[in-house]
Design a protein around this ligand. Structure first.
Ligand SMILES: NC(=O)c1ccc[n+]([C@@H]2O[C@H](COP(=O)([O-])OP(=O)(O)OC[C@H]3O[C@@H](n4cnc5c(N)ncnc54)[C@H](O)[C@@H]3O)[C@@H](O)[C@H]2O)c1
Length: 410
């Protein structure tokens, strides 16, 4: 199976690509992949050994040129491992992406003057042709790992497909690059995953197009750190009738993602994506805030500190704090592979539109209102076992009933 990554030079994309190539050569253990555990390991998923990579970024070239510098910030792979896969990286070409609606912070990443002269239709057609050339008839999926865009104009959410087509004809600058890529993926009939908070395929018009065309979608914004812990922990307060009065979280990170998120326009997308989960898990919205600050000394590592104040018997107040220290790209890279394999599986089964059962992987799950991590995992198991999109969690069911995956193994 082939994986075409938007933002291929980025930290997550490079970590996923180099890690996979190294695992294929037996240089790294294949660890941290959900799809290698029961019951997923028994599914007819694309073998990791067969995965091939390609993609685009703001400037063309090949991955070998930037891999060392990008991976130095992550610190996950020994230099010898990166050297060993260099010949393959030299063969992974990066095509030119499109830069529209990325905001000042993303434009600043583009080398030299960003080329914004291409129309929306021209960009879609060029990218569709790149995708078709890359896939060359073989199974392939598209993953958005590009920088986070600012929030889109709310008007786009009211457009049907005809309105979107009209806006594309008029070269409406409100349609962001992430949605042009998503349109191209659907037009090329390739499953599309949005690992970022950007709009991507979440526009109702694009969902309509994906359903019409028979293309599965998954999104949005990978759940890899603070939000992962929150959606595992918040249900505990709910099922012990502990009232959460306040939940404050602050994140510091030092990578390029953090640099882009330092711009208030781009940060607003990420904060919106992080904010909805507590209300969905608890049934009410506690006081509190989510902060993100750029702190260069941390490079690709992220520190999140959360402070929770809750009430119990007789209204007595208690507190809990946790500190999460993660390496962003290391947490995200295996999810990219899991998602690529699972959406390809959905494609093989003829599913189209947002695959809600993949909500486990996202902060803003599309196609399912469920945010509780345990129930999301159950929904994924049901989807795998039942083989259909109807396998959604029962939201009114207060019990977690979390099964041990081993017991479900065939
Ligand atoms: N790593 C994680 O844990 C994690 C979790 C959730 C979401 N995400 C999201 O995934 C994305 C990637 O994260 P990262 O840390 O790898 O970021 P990064 O900044 O290292 O990489 C982003 C890449 O996208 C490229 N890019 C920007 N705009 C583009 C466009 N319009 N077309 C093509 N390429 C473009 C940049 O040049 C860069 O190479 C971000 O949006 C981030 O918010 C990451």
């Amino acid at each position: 199976m082939k994986i075409w990554i938007i933002g291929l030079r980025g930290t997550t994309a490079t970590t996923a690509t180099v890690g996979t190539l190294a695992a294929q050569r037996g240089l790294l253990p294949l660890e941290g992949l959900l799809t290698e555990t029961a019951p997923f390991g028994a599914l007819p998923l694309a073998e990791v050994q067969t995965l091939e990579f390609g993609g685009c970024d703001l400037s063309p070239g090949h991955l070998a040129g930037t891999a060392h510098a990008t991976l130095a910030a992550v610190g996950a792979f020994p230099t010898a491992v990166v050297e060993a896969v260099m010949p393959e990286l030299e063969r992974i070409s990066i095509t030119r992406g499109t830069l529209r609606g990325g905001g000042r912070a993303v434009e600043a990443l583009a080398e030299g003057e960003p080329d914004l002269s291409e129309s929306a239709r021209e960009a879609i057609d060029r990218i569709t042709s790149d995708l078709q050339g890359f896939a060359a008839g073989a199974p392939a999926v598209v993953v958005n790992l590009a920088s986070t865009e600012p929030l889109t104009d709310p008007a786009l959410a009211s457009w049907d497909l005809a309105a979107l087509e009209q806006a594309l004809d008029a070269d409406d600058s409100r349609i962001p690059a992430s949605s042009l890529y998503a349109y191209a993926a659907v037009q090329a009939r390739l499953p599309y995953i949005n690992f970022t908070p950007s709009a991507g395929a979440s526009l109702p018009a694009l969902i309509e197009l994906a359903r019409e065309t028979g293309v599965p979608l998954a999104g949005r914004d990978g759940k890899t750190g603070e939000t992962l812990v929150k959606t595992a922990l918040a249900p505990m307060f709910a099922i012990r009738a502990l009232t959460v009065e306040g939940w404050y979280g602050t994140n510091i990170l030092g990578n390029t993602d953090g640099q882009v998120l330092a711009d208030p326009e781009n940060r607003a997308s990420k904060i919106t994506s992080k904010q909805g989960v507590l209300e969905a898990c608890l049934g009410y919205s506690p006081e509190g805030d989510v902060r993100i600050d750029y702190f260069p000394p941390l490079a690709d590592h992220k520190v999140a500190w959360n402070f929770i104040q809750f009430r119990g018997w007789g209204g007595h107040r208690m507190r809990m704090q946790f500190t999460w220290e993660g390496t962003d790209a290391v947490l995200a890279a295996p999810l990219v592979l899991d998602l690529a394999r699972l959406i390809n599986f959905a494609w093989q089964r003829g599913e189209a539109g947002p695959i809600g059962a993949l909500g486990l992987f996202f902060k803003t799950p599309e196609g399912s209102p469920e945010m509780n991590l345990h129930r999301q995992y159950e929904a994924l198991l049901r989807w795998v076992e039942a083989g259909g999109q109807q396998a959604e969690p029962a939201l009114e069911d207060p019990a977690l009933r979390l099964p041990a995956p081993q017991r479900r193994a065939s």
